[in-house]
Design a protein around this ligand. Sequence first.
Ligand SMILES: NC(=O)c1ccc[n+]([C@@H]2O[C@H](COP(=O)([O-])OP(=O)(O)OC[C@H]3O[C@@H](n4cnc5c(N)ncnc54)[C@H](OP(=O)(O)O)[C@@H]3O)[C@@H](O)[C@H]2O)c1
Ligand SMILES: *[C@@H]1O[C@H](CO)[C@@H](O)[C@H](O)[C@H]1NC(C)=O
Ligand SMILES: *[C@@H]1O[C@H](CO)[C@@H](O)[C@H](O)[C@H]1NC(C)=O
Ligand SMILES: *[C@@H]1O[C@H](CO)[C@@H](O)[C@H](O)[C@H]1NC(C)=O
Length: 339
Amino acid sequence: MSTRVFVLMFLALMAKTSGEAPKIKLNDGNEMPALALGTFLGMENGVIVSKENELVNVIVEAIDIGYRHIDTAFIYNTEAEVSKALSTAFDKGATKREDVFVTTKLWNTHHQCDEVEEALRSQLNTLGLTYVDLYLMHWPMGFHSNNTYSDVDYMETWKGLENAKMLGLTKSIGVSNFNKEQLARLLAEGYVKPAALQIEIHLLNVESELVSFAQSHGITVMAYSPFGSLVKRFGQMFPGPKCDDPALLPIANKYDKTVPQIALRWLVQRNIVPVFKTLNHSRLKSNMDIFDFNLTDEEMKILGSFDSDTKYTLPSFWQDHPHYPFKKIPKPLPSPFIN
Ligand SMILES: NC(=O)c1ccc[n+]([C@@H]2O[C@H](COP(=O)([O-])OP(=O)(O)OC[C@H]3O[C@@H](n4cnc5c(N)ncnc54)[C@H](OP(=O)(O)O)[C@@H]3O)[C@@H](O)[C@H]2O)c1
Ligand SMILES: *[C@@H]1O[C@H](CO)[C@@H](O)[C@H](O)[C@H]1NC(C)=O
Ligand SMILES: *[C@@H]1O[C@H](CO)[C@@H](O)[C@H](O)[C@H]1NC(C)=O
Ligand SMILES: *[C@@H]1O[C@H](CO)[C@@H](O)[C@H](O)[C@H]1NC(C)=O
């Protein structure tokens, strides 16, 4: 075997085992790893927290595998576990602060402009960090501290996020769950352009229009709940294609991948950053193993053909809020939040 072939094989092996996702350049010059591990564990009489450090261990292992992007939020009640995991990883030299991208989110009860800095400082304290990489406004809707609706304008909240960026408490700022009109207004009236938009995207909720709009303005789109109907979410199956779908399985088999892997790959090839959750070690490994193949245009079309505007995160109990981002439905769900 020639030296050249040997070196190439060695490099290919290194690329496969090092397991880090490529990075995406944001519109403010910062770089975001193209795949994120989410930390929302669901709701059941309040937000679920993991037992016996389960999430801490998963995040530490994720960093060993090559994950460099962790997504959390004030409301998930997992920032303390993210903190424990990061300090464990830093202590054992698995990575350094500057090599990990931490995203967290402002909760709706801190939307007054002057509440944002205080909220982020308190979250940084829980996270054990001096800055986060991305701070997102979780929803365009503001609440009072007693959870009644506040009509505070999200442009006021955005000024608070701009201030937090200026103070160096976050490297980048962005929004989540904004619709196209709200995003357009942010672009027209804001001083700092949002670096990222995090919304629900999967096979049943393709979001072509909002994604093209955001991307055409240089905003990096992040997809939450990327597996959609393929998997059990919070113990429940939802209608829609499954992991043995006759249109999807042959595509997965062709590349020696699983259907969840090609669903992530479909997002990556749309330049979207998937944000998924798993507490399962083997899935943690396989969900990262999506950067060594390309779906063809035809296969991309097949994956995009299941769209039915189906959202799992549809907080219709808030639909009378003046800044509710989604279409209203006739029978809103009862609120899981105490009012
Ligand atoms: N901005 C927002 O408003 C918002 C809203 C919702 C979520 N998020 C973020 O997005 C993250 C993910 O959202 P999500 O949990 O709703 O959706 P998801 O990641 O699409 O689905 C999670 C489910 O998929 C299972 N799973 C993961 N990998 C799998 C695989 N390879 N094969 C089969 N099943 C697999 C997990 O079970 P196991 O744990 O058993 O593997 C879990 O039940 C959250 O953690 C959060 O960070 C943001
Ligand atoms: C909730 O808080 C707001 C702002 O402090 C106040 O105006 C409102 O009366 C409160 N509502 C209830 C039901 O306590
Ligand atoms: C973990 O994931 C693998 C692969 O999807 C699956 O076979 C196994 O049953 C899962 N384990 C648990 C405890 O859910
Ligand atoms: C996938 O496509 C990209 C860009 O077109 C290319 O650089 C890369 O080598 C391809 N990867 C494989 C495994 O074919």
